[in-house]
Design a binder for this molecule. Structure first.
Ligand code: MRU
Length: 349
């Protein structure tokens, strides 16, 4: 398998982000140095996918905190908190953003006696740790998840859940990668994922990169695909899993879960524990990001609807827990009943 794709990398001069809005046409790397560079990259989806957004926020905070020029700890903490609040406001659904920023805030609380230069180094180390741990977590998730697939599997997936969406390897796509590494034959049916085509632009790009066989379908073909072809499992990622197992993911995932149930196909969510938000009781309480109408009314800048057309553009939907066959995590596959079983996994952690 080829070298792992790196969506984000630390550099003492800047945070390097592979601009996913330009893929697959161009492989362009952004050099983010300011709060607007980093917040803009997250908002614009130059970097996207729940774990990758968390890593970008942590690295962004560490990088910008490293440039705060005060020796006063209180002043430093106030400026770091303001950067953190700015980054937190970029995207509301992916809870990994909040999770990563909370981990960074804990560093500030834990090392009360540290000087400003020491804190700057500790924050950098924590951001790098969040990144490195995410890759390990994805690999564990992959190991657990691949065991669910037959030796010759057809997997239907949505959005992009691979190296581009994480520190590396991926969540749902990481399960596919692990199955292939384990000698299984896997064929992927990738939904294009309107409106921003993360499936067509990014998942297809990653699968080609790794030489994993696949075919691309439009989202509206999923039903007939399940009916007329073989699908062994639907694998999706998540931006936030509520305490009861309801899972928010890219718009269209709910439809796939309903279709999977109708066709008797197992439907799995692959997500790290950092995506499980036990402070959100159910999917009703998950904030759903609404994005600009132009994402629907234009394709690659060209209008595909008359000017003035009214649009509803929620970026995510929620799969009710009862449609989920299992939650693939780094600690194993969590089965229903989710409220009890999720709580038990966190107790053991
Ligand atoms: O809007 P995006 O592209 O950030 O949405 C991403 C998804 O919905 C992914 O499926 C999710 O973050 C899990 S990926 C590891």
């Amino acid at each position: 398998m080829r070298a792992m794709i790196e969506a984000i990398a630390w550099n003492d001069e800047y945070v390097r982000i592979l601009d996913q809005t330009r893929l697959p046409a161009e492989e362009v790397y952004l050099e983010c140095r300011t709060i607007d560079d980093i917040a803009g990259a997250i908002k614009r989806l130059s970097i996207r996918g729940a774990p990758a957004i968390g890593i970008a926020a942590a690295m962004g905070l560490a990088f910008l905190a490293g440039r705060i020029s005060t020796g006063n700890r209180g002043e430093f903490a106030a400026q770091a908190a303001s950067i953190s609040a700015h980054l937190l406001a970029t995207r509301p659904t992916a809870v990994n953003l909040r999770w990563a920023l909370e981990r960074m805030a804990q560093v500030m609380h834990r090392f009360q006696g540290a000087s400003v230069p020491e804190l700057q180094e500790l924050l950098k180390q924590e951001a790098l740790r969040i990144h490195a741990e995410d890759i390990e977590i994805n690999r564990s998730m992959g190991r657990h998840g691949q065991a669910l697939l037959p030796d010759d599997a057809v997997v239907l997936t949505v959005c992009n859940t691979g190296s581009l969406a994480t520190g590396g390897h991926g969540t749902a796509l990481g399960v596919v990668r692990s199955a292939v590494e384990n000698g299984k034959k896997v064929f992927v049916a990738a939904c294009e994922t309107r409106p921003l085509l993360q499936g067509a632009r990014l998942t297809a790009w990653e699968l080609l990169h790794d030489g994993i066989p696949f075919e691309l379908i439009t989202d509206s073909m999923a039903a007939v695909y399940m009916k007329t072809k073989r699908v062994d499992a639907v694998l999706a990622g998540a931006d936030r899993v509520a305490a009861n197992g309801d899972a928010a993911n890219k718009i269209g995932t709910y439809a796939l879960a309903v279709l999977a149930r109708a066709h008797g196909i197992p439907f799995y969510i692959a997500a790290p524990l950092s995506t499980i938000d036990r402070t959100t009781a159910s999917g009703h309480a998950i904030p759903i990001e609404e994005r600009s109408p132009e994402e629907i009314t234009t394709i690659a800048g060209r209008p595909v609807a008359p000017a003035g057309t009214r649009v509803w553009n929620p970026a995510f939907d929620v799969v009710p827990a009862e449609l989920i066959t299992g939650l693939i995590t780094e600690k194993g596959v969590i089965p229903a009943p989710y409220t009890e079983n999720i709580a038990a996994v966190f107790r053991r952690k």
